[in-house]
Design a protein around this ligand. Structure first.
Ligand code: A3P
Length: 296
């Protein structure tokens, strides 16, 4: 927040080579020092990969599908965003976490090497969600237009290049998805794909349930699948981010719950842009064997 109290688009500052918004970079020491409890669960994603969706699934699973309990507060109050220090009215992630007794569910967009080491020392469970690069980029572009505290997206064509160069807030998508992929077995990370969740939400909800050592009835699982459909979540005021004031999130520019589909990139990339992107993708991802799908 500026001295006059008005909001502005935060610039990014590199932290260990990763561009993070200044309110995060300026509080880096306290974020890095965060010490979780062994029962805490971390949901980690590159921005716009399906974080909110996964948060809702996890919250419902942990509360046996009880909608009243899961509407107790907006998503970032139920599941604090570890590194966020702004914008108001949501308090910082660390402030919220301090007041919350474990076991807690915690959200982060930090790449693997910036996740506070306490999570690994305590063997916390971690769910990682990855989304194919092109849809992830499109979603981030629209989000950067509507979230008036994110760095200015600029025109579409240039945005593609910023994404490819890893210049957006939270850095390189390529490094992000690879970082967690490489560590997934050693660290017992549940690595999920947005496309799998769209293709067969029930299967993925059950995978999450098993990872959390829960066993819910078939009826409850069906209800959770229904409650976490794009349509249900778009209508849920505690999950659709309409609780963020308009000077911060301007849903009239682009709603937070925008499309929720696989393959919307085909409506954005020209054939030339797609070719250029794919050629660069091959180079950046050549050593990684991550089974991404850009269409289902
Ligand atoms: P789109 O912009 O493509 O619509 P995050 O929560 O990580 O910020 O990701 C937001 C993206 O996930 C947005 O993508 C949003 O619409 C989509 N999303 C949110 N809830 C969803 C759901 N229940 N089903 C499918 N997509 C969902």
């Amino acid at each position: 927040q500026s001295a006059t109290g008005s909001l502005y688009r935060f610039p990014v500052i590199p932290v260990k080579g990763v561009p993070l918004m200044n309110h995060i970079a300026n509080n880096w020491d306290s974020i890095w020092a965060f010490s979780p409890h062994p029962t805490d669960l971390l949901i980690a994603t590159y921005p716009k990969a399906g974080t909110t969706w996964t948060q809702e699934i996890v919250d419902l699973l942990l509360h046996n599908g009880d909608t009243e309990i899961c509407k107790r507060a907006p998503t970032p109050v139920r599941i604090p965003f570890l590194e966020i220090f702004s914008p108001p009215p949501i308090p910082s992630g660390l402030d919220l976490l301090e007041k919350m007794p474990p076991p807690r569910v915690i959200k982060t967009h930090l790449p693997f090497h910036l996740v506070p080491p306490g999570f690994w020392e305590k063997n916390c469970k971690v769910i990682y969600v990855a989304r194919n690069a092109k849809d992830n980029l499109v979603s981030y572009y629209h989000f950067d237009r509507m979230n008036l505290t994110q760095p200015e997206p600029g025109p579409w064509e240039g945005y593609i290049n910023k994404f490819m160069r890893g210049e957006l807030a939270w850095g390189s998508w390529y490094d992000h998805v690879k970082g967690f992929w490489e560590e997934r077995e050693k660290r017992n990370i549940l690595y999920l794909f947005y496309e799998d969740m769209k293709e067969n939400p029930r299967r993925e909800v059950e995978r999450i349930m098993q990872y959390l050592d829960l066993s819910l009835s078939d009826d409850v699982i069906s209800r959770i699948v229904e409650l976490t459909s794009f349509k249900s979540m778009k209508e849920n005021p505690m999950a659709n981010y309409t609780f963020i004031p308009k000077p911060v999130f301007d849903h009239s520019i682009s709603p937070f719950m925008r499309k929720g589909e696989v393959g919307d990139w085909t409506n954005h990339f020209t054939p030339g842009q797609s070719k250029m992107f794919d050629e660069d993708y091959e180079k950046q991802m050549k050593d990684a064997n991550i089974p991404f799908r850009t269409l289902i």
